[in-house]
Design a binder for this molecule. Structure first.
Ligand code: HEC
Length: 108
């Protein structure tokens, strides 16, 4: 088969479409352009706290029964506590606020 220019354009476009998302590994924005807390949670918290917040891996607190205020949750995420590492250098302020709101939404 002879590659016509149109094929090359299609091929290049497909490769670009595949490569672009890989470059934005820290893009947690949702459809509205705001930070999507569920994405921040899925990438940074699920390993210990689990999808529902109650996995408790390595002594992680059950987020479904947590009574912390929003400000306290943001402080824990920022500074860390015990076995939980600080996220101050991993997540920006908007990302920490969004994940705090998401964690609070996991409560029953
Ligand atoms: C390495 C495992 C680990 C990861 C990753 C982790 N946590 Fe934790 N988390 C813990 C542990 C362990 C505790 C209990 C700390 C303590 O009280 O000593 C905890 C406690 C908490 C608490 C306090 C709950 C309470 O009521 O006491 C919150 C809120 C929390 N984590 C949110 C998050 C969020 C949000 C993320 C993701 C940005 C996250 N955690 C990522 C292990 C983890």
């Amino acid at each position: 088969m002879v590659l016509k220019p149109v094929h090359i354009v299609l091929l290049f476009g497909t490769l670009l479409a595949l490569a672009l998302p890989a470059c934005q590994d820290n893009d947690y924005s949702g459809k509205d352009g705001k930070v999507d807390g569920s994405k921040v949670y899925a990438s940074n918290c699920v390993s210990c706290h689990g999808e529902a917040g109650d996995a408790g891996a390595g002594g992680a607190k059950n987020l479904k029964v947590s009574t912390m205020s929003r400000a306290e949750v943001i402080a824990i995420v920022t500074q860390g506590k015990g076995a939980m590492m600080p996220f101050s250098s991993l997540l920006n302020e908007a990302e920490r606020e969004a994940v705090a709101d998401y964690v609070i939404s996991l409560r029953d």
